[in-house]
Design a binder for this molecule. Structure first.
Ligand code: LMR
Length: 398
């Protein structure tokens, strides 16, 4: 029965992580998967998370099922984080939010919802984009197209080409935007560019799908929502996939959300019944623990302040690593200009290293980088910076 089945290729990000774990090189460095590391190279549990968990441990009274859409305290807290406190979208109940297992879960539910209710829609993703985006959408049979985003020559956003691409997207199609900290390039539109994109979206009539996985890792929790909030002023309908893996460090708890914004509260309520249907036939209802932690933190001013300071500390450390990386490469005699890395945002940088150079770094030095040349800056520390830059200098000179 199963003898005809061919092996699937390893996942470009999580497969690389598995290979890293198996590598016996004591000096190996993991700059593959987007997971935050502290100066000791550990992925810590945030203090705010630990404190929330302690409370939950004493207060929790049942392990009974959550409803299909998740817990009310979580769902409303997610909306406040996205839209801002008491935003008219919230008071007018124009949006509905479902707790999903991670941001990927949200994208998958969105994909099924789009396939079922907008079956003719093509979904457009940036070139390049997160390595899993195309597969998630293709797995439900959606057509996936790509729009121009990155100028490899000057390592910047090719905004003219981006506008030209999106001007070709017809009404009724779906366009995926990275809410902040674009994965993999680390390059986001400026506030003025977000404004132009929102106007274009309104003119063309395509549906924006925001993938919002790094809120707080760019400039700050509110600052990073600026692109999304600019769209809200111009576009009445939207889908938003949230992830709390990174900003709460809750990677293995799988905490995410899918939010649908409609023109009226009635439409939102009706459309949400169909989202719930997609969930019920998929994983039935979400796991509780991670969302309870997030709700406890977001709904308590003291825990919120602690969490915000911890997000800031993670963000600041990554910014410091960016500058240190650029400076250390210079000190090691690398003549290529890597200064663009200190301008980029979030966990990732698109280094410009070729697939051959990436393979060489792995084989000769045990340094793991995604094949596209995407580097997780969040994996750099003061300790691994010297060997990392020595290795890169070595292969660039070779
Ligand atoms: C990444 O891009 O490395 C993360 O989002 C982890 C993942 O699931 O790929």
């Amino acid at each position: 029965m199963f003898e005809h089945i061919q092996a699937a290729p390893a996942d470009p990000i999580l497969g690389l992580n598995d290979a890293y774990k198996k590598d016996s090189n004591p000096n190996k460095i993991n700059l593959g998967v987007g997971v935050y590391k502290d100066e000791q190279g550990n992925t810590p549990i945030l203090k705010a998370v630990k404190q929330a968990e302690e409370r939950l441990l004493t207060q929790e009274t049942t392990k009974s099922y959550l409803s299909i859409e998740g817990a009310p305290a979580y769902r409303s807290a997610v909306q406040t984080l996205l839209f801002g406190k008491d935003h008219p979208i919230i008071t007018k109940q124009l949006a509905q939010t479902a707790h999903t297992p991670g941001g990927t879960g949200a994208l998958r539910v969105a994909a099924e919802f789009i396939k079922k209710h907008l079956p003719e829609a093509t979904i457009w993703v940036s070139n390049p984009t997160w390595a899993n985006h195309q597969s998630v959408f293709q797995s439900v049979g959606l057509e996936v197209g790509s729009y121009a985003y990155y100028n490899a020559d000057n390592k910047s956003l090719d905004f003219e080409a981006l506008l030209a691409s999106l001007s070709q997207v017809p009404e009724g199609d779906v366009v995926l935007f990275h809410g902040c900290c674009h994965n993999p390039t680390g390059i986001d539109p400026t506030p003025e560019q977000w404004y132009q994109l929102a106007k274009l979206c309104s003119k063309q009539g395509f549906l924006p799908l925001f993938d919002f996985a790094y809120q707080g890792f760019g400039q700050g929790l509110q600052e990073d929502a600026q692109g999304l909030r600019t769209f809200l002023e111009h576009v009445p309908e939207m889908l938003i996939a949230s992830s709390f893996s990174k900003n709460f460090g809750l990677y293995n708890e799988r905490v995410g959300a899918l939010t649908i914004l409609c023109e009226t509260a009635e439409q939102a309520e009706t459309a949400f019944t169909q989202i719930k249907r997609c969930i019920r036939t998929n994983y039935s209802n979400p796991p509780s623990h991670g969302s309870a932690v997030v709700a406890e933190i977001l709904n308590d001013p003291e825990l919120f302040a602690l969490w915000e300071s911890e997000v800031k500390a993670m963000r600041t450390r990554i910014h410091e690593m960016r500058s240190l990386f650029v400076n250390t490469l210079r000190i090691k005699g690398v003549s290529q200009d890597f200064s663009f890395i200190s301008q980029q945002q979030g966990m990732f940088s698109f280094s410009g290293l070729t697939p051959d150079q990436v393979a060489q770094l792995r084989k000769e030095f045990g340094i793991y980088i995604v094949g596209s040349g995407r580097i997780s800056v969040a994996g750099m520390t003061h300790d691994n910076m010297e060997p990392l830059c020595d290795a890169i200098a070595n292969i660039l000179k070779g």
